[in-house]
Design a protein around this ligand. Structure first.
Ligand code: MN
Length: 226
């Protein structure tokens, strides 16, 4: 007898720079409002702490692939983000041990149906349809990393025009604090990705837009909205 009644899905895979093997994605956590200037542009209160939401693993768009413009929105937004790739499991990890869970970093874009998100916020409804749709998580290759987390420039351009330009050091929760906080809410396991939040300058994308982004020292991302 077959083990499954349908073919089990294969895990999404993100390449790791310079290696044959890829990183199988288990889960995608995301941090909301982790840069003060972006929190302000979203209308947030300066005292609101960052928070978590999630995307399904199969929202990943690996490098070399282009996301499709999603149905159900007239206001698709870009959010450039540093992404943490988790390589070791941990629960209730203290901040000073948190970076030991890191396998590496990548550059990601948290694509957002801003119109659906705004409507959900007003009604107190969940964000899944605004954040967790197909092709909503483009990502670069992962760069293996040990030691202090990236701190440098994070930037995104659309058709060559700079839209977002900030530094990772401006995050409200730094990488170690994000991992520590997340590990109090979930057991982190190898294969987890954490999108760490976007700086100010988010804005709309239309079909045909060429999106390029970078995090200094980590890598670059490029895709066309199809
Ligand atoms: Mn985001």
């Amino acid at each position: 007898m077959a083990e499954y009644v349908i073919a089990p899905p294969s895990p999404p895979v993100v390449p790791v720079e310079g290696e044959q093997g890829g990183f199988p994605v288990r889960r995608i956590l995301c941090v909301g409002r982790n840069y003060a200037a972006h929190r302000r542009e979203m209308g947030g209160d300066d005292r609101d702490p960052p928070f978590f939401f999630a995307k399904p693993a199969d929202a990943i768009v690996p490098p070399g692939h282009d996301p499709a413009y999603p149905p159900g929105t007239a206001n698709l937004h870009h959010e450039i983000e540093l992404v943490v790739a988790i390589g070791e499991a941990g629960t209730d990890v203290p901040v000073d041990r948190a970076l030991e869970l890191v396998l590496g970093y990548a550059v990601g874009v948290d694509l957002t149906r801003r119109d659906i998100q705004n409507a959900a916020r007003e009604k107190g409804q969940p964000w899944d349809a605004s954040k967790g749709f197909d092709d909503s998580a483009p990502i670069s290759a992962i760069r293996r990393w040990s030691g202090p987390a990236p701190q440098g420039r994070i930037a995104l351009s659309v058709n060559g025009a700079v839209r977002q330009d900030a530094v990772v050091a401006d995050m409200l929760w730094n990488v170690a604090e994000i991992i520590a906080q997340a590990s109090q809410l979930w057991t982190l396991r190898p294969g987890d990705l954490i999108y760490t939040g976007t700086p100010e300058g988010v804005g709309p994308l239309v079909r045909g837009d060429r999106v390029t982004g970078e995090v200094a020292g980590v890598g670059a991302i490029a895709f066309t909205v199809t």
